[in-house]
Design a protein around this ligand. Structure first.
Ligand code: DGY
Length: 322
């Protein structure tokens, strides 16, 4: 009987899903939930054919050169900016991600974050918990309307479209978007979504939400000059990746009242945060949890497992990237 292939699980995941992997492979699990430094990841990958990866491992040429037996890297995230795809292809290492299973959950969260920023929900809760609610007043914590406003979406992939659907059909919003490629009319028309240039998007949006994948070209796609184009009454929500927004420039704009509010789930250099953001009351901050409903996190993990089983069994993955 052929020896069972070996797989490393990079971070703590659900034990029954590790159990699924163990039906097929010899599985090494992490000892605790700390991200593995690259040298340790390389050490543990020796002799492993597969890696169950998250968004926190750096899979680059150095790692690949040091792990010649590695054949499959299966991510439980949709984003794969931590993986050098070209380097993987050059070494015949197949890579998969986890699209679709998280689309609706992530769109729910992005929409919620936008609502919280526009209607000052967390600011209001902090105000109340701090015992500052002394009396009613006409403009107490008054925010911006979301229904009927113009929703701007930067990046119109699956998640962008799911957010557009919520805005157009649920909240009567006008949807404008910018994306490298324009949507087909059968997708645009039911949402009344209108493709506009990036500048038009920035100028026109009452609520701008970022859903673009991170790449070198997307670094600081929203910086001081882009923020200067936005309405001072507008909100900005980032559920894409840290680095897409220049967080220092954003904090300055929020502090100066050049932008009304922001909702941020991702940060440059996370889990560290620009301290200027922490000092502001007009920003809602969450720790990269847009996809974190339990059923969705389980579906993401199960898809990565399905991909490992397919690839290491000699088949084609469900959601291959190379
Ligand atoms: C993704 O899947 O890329 C998410 O950002 C992870 O939570």
């Amino acid at each position: 009987m052929a020896a069972r292939k070996k797989v490393l699980v990079a971070r703590r995941i659900f034990s029954d899903i590790v159990g699924r992997l163990a039906e097929h492979f010899d599985v090494e699990e992490p000892l605790d939930d700390t991200p593995l430094p690259q040298a340790e990841l390389i050490r543990r990958l020796q002799g492993k054919a597969g890696l169950f990866a998250t968004g926190t491992e750096l899979i680059d040429a150095t790692l690949l050169a040091a792990c010649p037996e590695l054949r499959a890297v299966c991510l439980m995230t949709v984003g794969y900016n931590n993986v050098d795809l070209a380097a993987c292809s050059a070494r015949d290492v197949r890579v998969t991600n986890a699209p679709e299973v998280l689309t609706e959950t992530t769109a729910d969260f992005g929409f919620g974050l936008m609502l919280a920023a526009a209607r000052r929900i967390t600011e209001a809760e902090h105000y109340l918990r701090a015992g500052r609610w002394g009396q009613w007043s006409i403009d107490l914590l008054a925010g911006a309307d979301v229904h009927g406003a113009t929703l701007g979406i930067l990046g119109m992939g699956r998640i962008g479209q799911a957010i557009a659907k919520r805005g157009a059909l649920g909240f009567g919003m006008q949807v404008i978007y910018h994306n490298r490629s324009r949507l087909a009319p059968e997708l645009e028309t039911p949402l009344g979504a209108q493709w506009v240039s990036k500048d038009e998007l920035l100028r026109g949006a009452d609520h701008l939400i970022l859903v673009v994948p991170y790449s070198a070209q997307a670094h600081h796609l929203i910086g001081a000059s882009e923020l200067a184009l936005m309405k001072p009454t507008a909100t900005l929500t980032n559920i894409a990746r840290g680095g897409v927004v220049d967080d220092a420039a954003l904090a300055e704009a929020l502090a100066a009242g050049r932008l009304a509010a922001a909702g941020l789930d991702v940060f440059e250099g996370e889990p560290a945060l620009n301290p200027a953001l922490l000092a502001l009351s007009n920003v809602v901050l969450t720790p990269h949890i847009a996809s974190a409903s339990l059923p969705t996190r389980r579906a993401m993990c199960n898809l990565a497992v399905d991909n490992l089983i397919a690839l290491l069994g000699g088949g084609e993955p469900l959601t291959g990237l190379n």
